[in-house]
Write a protein that binds this ligand. Structure first.
Ligand SMILES: Nc1ncnc2c1ncn2[C@@H]1O[C@H](COP(=O)(O)OP(=O)(O)OP(=O)(O)O)[C@@H](O)[C@H]1O
Ligand SMILES: [Mg+2]
Length: 257
């Protein structure tokens, strides 16, 4: 196996609220190789979003460690972390585009933050839009785009920072099956051409089957099982994996009619 690029060690996170506390992560460990497309699947409330937010320290874990290419993110100073985070891209279910800005301006935004001169950032943004197949929409506003197109803009925007790793939290959950396929194909192409490590977080088995090499099943804040996609879905052992498999079968039946 390739050396581990992203290493999650024994992450714990408890949220406390007035009416009690929730142990969202109870000691999660994962090793993800460079250039791998790794899946994390789980039912609602399993702790997936908490895990992904802890991976880039948007959420500070209570204990455990996150090592990116051997370097502990928790040991970094605020300023070092800010710079490091630019190399950790994130895409979400709801795209999070700037609605008052054009597609081109959206992709230019991270470059502007980095202080790249105007002409250069426009050129770079345009080439990224070409890469995701949206050069013709440069002057459009997000409201004029389909869901799949919006996610392409979000992907172009995240690529502007030349990330080493891309974290996708339910990136295709708002999309229909066909659009989901095109976005997943784009992610695969990005991995193949740019060598970016990708973590795909989802509750949908078909998403994992489409792009991932390995998968971890998360339930109750713990990794219940982990292995190759075929291994896990052909012989699910955990309650959560069996349940997710059943859900996928039901969905398939509903398409067939
Ligand atoms: N900021 C927060 N404050 C309190 N509890 C939280 C917070 N964020 C998450 N939780 C709780 O932690 C648990 C895990 O939540 P999380 O969002 O990580 O699940 P998830 O697997 O992403 O679910 P979904 O598939 O619905 O997105 C849940 O019980 C949730 O209510
Ligand atoms: Mg979530």
């Amino acid at each position: 196996m390739e050396e581990s690029y992203l290493e999650i060690r024994n992450l714990c996170k408890t949220f406390s609220a007035k009416n009690g506390s929730v142990e969202a992560l109870k000691g999660v460990s994962l090793s993800i190789g460079k250039g791998e497309i790794f899946g994390v699947i789980g039912l609602s409330g399993a702790g997936k979003s908490t895990l992904v937010r802890c991976m880039n320290l948007l959420e500070r874990p209570d204990s455990g460690d996150v090592l990116l290419n051997g370097e502990s993110l928790l040991a970094l100073s605020k300023e070092q972390l800010r710079l490091r985070r630019q190399k950790i891209g994130m895409i979400f279910q709801h795209f999070n585009l700037l609605e008052q800005q054009t597609v081109l301006e959206n992709v230019c935004f991270p470059l502007e933050i980095r202080g790249i001169p105007k002409k250069e950032r426009r050129e770079k943004a345009l080439s990224l839009l070409e890469k995701v197949g949206l050069a013709d929409k440069a002057k459009a506003y997000p409201s004029q785009l389909s869901g799949g197109q919006k996610q392409r803009v979000a992907i172009a925007r995240v690529l502007a920072n030349e990330p080493d790793i891309l974290l996708c939290d339910e990136a295709t959950s708002a999309l229909d099956p066909e659009t989901t396929q095109t976005i997943l194909r784009l992610l695969k192409a990005i991995r193949d051409t740019l060598g970016i490590t990708i973590v795909v977080i989802t509750h949908e088995m078909r998403v994992i089957q489409e792009v991932c090499t390995r998968v971890a099943v998360l339930d109750g804040g713990l990794v219940q099982e982990e292995g190759s996609v075929a291994e896990i879905f052909d012989h699910p052992k955990s309650r959560a994996a069996k349940r997710l498999l059943l859900m996928a079968d039901e969905e398939e039946e509903s398409y067939v009619g």
